[in-house]
Write a protein that binds this ligand. Structure first.
Ligand code: ADP
Ligand code: MN
Ligand code: MN
Ligand code: MN
Length: 341
């Protein structure tokens, strides 16, 4: 038997964006525990905006487990928050009620800024870097990339791979101090759980560097510096295997009819980012186009190849602070509105 360090993590009750919380419990197991072996646990919901002080207990229900290579015998345990009865989802528990479909695949591209002393990593104390946007995207070299960002990004990648997260890649982004990682998953819960765990690992890693992760979608406000998105690439079994132009056009009509419903869950302050500039479409417009990075939905070349209209699509509107559970669920809801021929 070995004593395992189980980091139970959950989303708190803050709005519009929940924070990640976590605490450790030690349990003995013969080998790395499976989800079924993990007990329910509790926490003080009055400290997380999830309960009143006089009746403060909330329940943590494990929903997935990941190896944590930063700790000897460590595991990260993603949890849903439940009411004291242990079976009723807490009102803050969005995951419990989202649509899921194992045939629906999601690839999320998480953009974010590394921040130090209240500004993007590498920005001068006052004003902006001498070199404007241009060389940073997928850049290399000390002057553009600095000396610490890549170390963080690489360590984060390894932590995610060690955890078994389906990390697909990383790149430096358009603004100085801005980066991206991609996570792909089959099923909305799996993809979104892995995104939240990857966010957790990144934030925890950055602690030792004295750096914060800034997920706000437009941290530099109304300037010429890019904002951060979380593009949601999606496909269903039908889109991958049947597709077709008529179905695709009906699908886009359904997306056009539900712009407000999508924007409502695509992350706060998105009007600051979706301006029609910086590779975005305006927040109140809906458009799609092949390889069009100024459209709401970008159609990859592979999708329209041989006029098949098969494969995946990229919704470019979700932002970096968006909740991947809600984003994936809304996309599935709109897809469900469209009859398959
Ligand atoms: P870009 O920056 O050009 O938009 P990325 O390579 O960063 O492209 O992201 C593309 C994403 O699309 C990846 O995260 C990948 O997992 C995802 N993806 C690829 N194929 C599919 C598919 N069939 N269904 C859903 N997502 C997919
Ligand atoms: Mn990308
Ligand atoms: Mn990007
Ligand atoms: Mn993209």
């Amino acid at each position: 038997m070995a004593k395992y360090k189980l980091e139970y993590i959950w989303l708190d009750g803050y709005t519009p964006v929940p924070n990640l919380r976590g605490k450790t419990q030690i349990k003995e197991f013969a080998s790395f525990p499976s989800l079924e072996q993990l007990p329910l646990w509790g926490f003080d919901g009055s400290s997380t905006r999830q309960a009143e002080g006089k009746s403060s207990d909330c329940v943590l229900k494990p929903v997935s487990i990941y190896p944590d290579s930063t700790r000897k015998n460590g595991a990260i345990v993603m949890c849903e928050v439940m009411m004291p009865d242990g079976v009723t989802p807490h009102p803050s528990n969005g995951r419990a009620t989202i649509l899921d479909d194992p045939g629906a695949w999601f690839g999320f591209e998480q953009e974010y800024f590394l921040y130090q002393d209240g500004r993007p990593l590498g920005f001068p104390v006052d004003g902006f870097p001498k070199i404007g946007q241009g060389p940073y995207y997928c850049g290399v070299g000390y002057t553009t990339m600095g000396d610490i960002a890549r170390q963080i990004v690489e360590e984060h990648l390894d932590l995610c791979l060690d955890a078994g997260i389906n990390h697909e890649g990383i790149n430096a982004e358009v603004a100085k101090g801005q980066w991206e990682f991609q996570i792909f998953g089959k099923g909305s819960k799996k993809a979104a759980d892995e995104m939240w765990v990857a966010r957790y690992l990144l934030q925890r890693l950055c602690e030792k560097y004295g750096i914060d992760v800034e997920y706000h979608c437009k941290p530099l406000g109304d300037s010429d510096w890019n904002g951060s998105g979380m593009h949601a690439n999606f496909s269903t079994e039908y889109l991958r295997e049947k597709g077709g132009k008529a179905y695709f056009e009906a699908l886009m009509a359904a997306f056009a009819d539900n712009v407000e419903e999508h924007i409502a869950v695509y992350g706060p302050d998105n009007h600051m980012r979706l301006t029609g500039l910086h590779e975005t479409q305006s927040i109140d417009k809906f458009s799609y186009g092949v390889a069009d990075r100024g459209a709401s939905i970008r159609i990859p070349h592979s999708f329209v190849k041989d006029d098949k209209y098969q494969g995946y699509l990229e919704d470019r509107r979700p932002n970096s602070q968006g909740d991947p559970y809600q984003i994936a669920s809304r996309i599935l809801k709109t897809i469900e509105l469209v009859p398959k021929p």
